[in-house]
Design a protein around this ligand. Structure first.
Ligand code: PMP
Length: 454
């Protein structure tokens, strides 16, 4: 009998069909509203990723607060997706909502800073360390800008990334590694540039592959997450980050640490909790409590080198920007988040909740004897439908089981818990209650019981 992740394919298909039908039957208002209103959008969704949820049609959200999201049909769902990290601190945290209300009548964008901006700058340094900061609107843009600076100060072209990584829609690094060679990822829309001239893919947890690439002398920067979170989660092995830091310095490349997801690790992200030493630090998503904001910071030495470059640069467009970035609404929300939401107390709550979830999921996996494992980075928990730990992007890709995962996601949603699409990620916010965690664990155990027929 054919199996995926230890589960019979026939049983996955039957389960998925049952759950999809139950989802659809429970949402007459949503269906009617979509039938009336979705036609204006390309493919019926305002952003093409919204097709990628496993449900037969999207959930329309009526409201969300804390760790609870309510759909148009009145279903109150425990939200563990939390906007795929954008709302990691809960939906509409009270201090952020207050700050937005206060700014709402004072103008929303000026291309000039505010007092909140100055306070936010000081708080960024307090939370993340002594860097020199810039504000962007998306982590994608922050990474793009970081790469420009790295190329500027080194005079080199290529960016080293890891097979299986994701750093936003940063065009230049959309590469993967196959049999030791870098190639463009398949599926890119309208791709014309030869990405192998702009990026090199090495293998995570494989310092030899990094050194081999750096030896070419044309790498401007290593761009990496501290933990690979965008395939199935891959933790760094002991010594990997120290090795990366050492190799980057030895070969004259900058080290860009992208903390867009690993900001779940604790106060100051993985960088602070594990003592990493990036030349450029990037994060986004939840940094302003859900208001579109990203930050990037240069170490003092990188800033000094960039200053020299910048002073000699020809006049004209820098290639870095976007008009709405560093607007007063972002600063109000950023300041409120850094001062009142991104606190040690809240991280402690998130950590305790995530440990509880991780233990509960592990127990459910063990009970049915599934060949799976559970992995956690602070407030971020993932179940993986394959044995672990995973070592690199090759293993992570093989561990991903789309059909099985989609069926589980749908089953969990029908039982009241929403988890992130694309991967099996669950986030614990400061607002997430023990009861919500226990409901998710119970739903997961029930779904596994049906899939493994115990
Ligand atoms: N960096 C990492 C590690 C990410 O996971 C993502 C998005 N998932 C980004 C950057 C890009 O963030 P955004 O889509 O907000 O630009």
């Amino acid at each position: 009998e054919a199996l995926i992740g230890g589960v019979s394919i026939k049983r996955i298909e039957a389960f998925a069909a049952r759950e999809a039908a139950a989802y659809a039957a429970a949402r007459p208002r949503t269906r009617a509203a979509l039938a009336e209103g979705a036609g204006a959008f390309l493919d019926g969704v305002p952003m093409h990723w919204m097709r990628d949820w496993p449900q037969p049609f999207p959930m329309l959200v009526a409201r969300a607060r804390g760790a609870r999201i309510e759909d148009l049909d009145g279903h109150k769902i425990d939200d563990f997706c939390l906007g795929d990290t954008g709302s990691m601190f809960g939906h509409s945290p009270a201090p952020v909502a207050r700050a937005i209300r206060a700014q709402a009548g004072r103008g929303l964008t000026y291309m000039l800073p505010t007092e909140d901006a100055l306070a936010a700058g000081r708080l960024l340094t307090e939370r993340f360390g002594p860097m020199l900061w810039q504000i962007a609107t998306t982590a994608t843009d922050a990474n793009r800008n970081a790469i420009r600076v790295a190329r500027a100060v080194t005079g080199r072209a290529k960016v080293l990334v890891f097979n299986g990584c994701y750093h936003g829609t940063v065009e230049d690094v959309m590469v993967r590694r196959r049999e030791g060679r870098t190639e463009a990822r398949p599926g890119l829309v309208g791709q014309v540039a030869d990405l192998t001239r702009l990026a090199v893919a090495a293998e995570f947890n494989d310092l030899a592959s990094v050194e081999a690439a750096l030896a070419g002398g044309d790498i401007a920067a290593i761009l990496t997450e501290p933990v690979m979170t965008n395939s199935c989660m891959v933790l760094p092995e002991p010594g990997f980050h120290a090795g990366l830091r050492d190799l980057a310095s030895r070969f004259g490349a900058l080290l860009i640490i992208d903390e867009t997801h690993t900001i779940s690790s604790g106060l100051g992200g993985y960088t602070r909790t594990h003592g990493l030493e990036p030349d450029i630090f990037v994060t986004g998503k939840c940094v302003a409590g859900g208001v579109a904001t990203a930050i990037w910071g240069l170490s003092r030495e990188t800033a000094r080198r960039f200053g020299v470059y910048d002073a000699a640069r020809a006049p004209g467009h820098s290639g870095m920007g976007t008009t709405l970035s560093a607007n007063p609404l972002q600063f109000a929300a950023l300041r409120a988040t850094l001062a009142e939401v991104m606190t040690p107390e809240n991280y402690a709550r998130m950590e305790a909740g995530a440990a509880r979830l991780s233990a509960g999921l592990t127990k459910a996996v063990t009970r049915v004897g599934a060949p799976w494992h559970v992995v956690r980075v602070g407030a971020r928990v993932e179940f993986i439908c394959a044995p672990g730990p995973l070592k690199n992007g090759i293993e992570a890709e093989a561990a991903h089981k789309p059909a099985l995962e989609a069926a589980i996601h749908q089953g969990l949603l029908n039982r009241g818990s929403l988890i992130a699409p694309f991967h099996n990620m669950m986030l614990i916010s400061p607002a997430t209650s023990r009861a919500q965690i226990d409901r998710l664990v119970a739903a997961f155990a029930e779904v596994l019981g049906q899939l493994f027929e115990t």
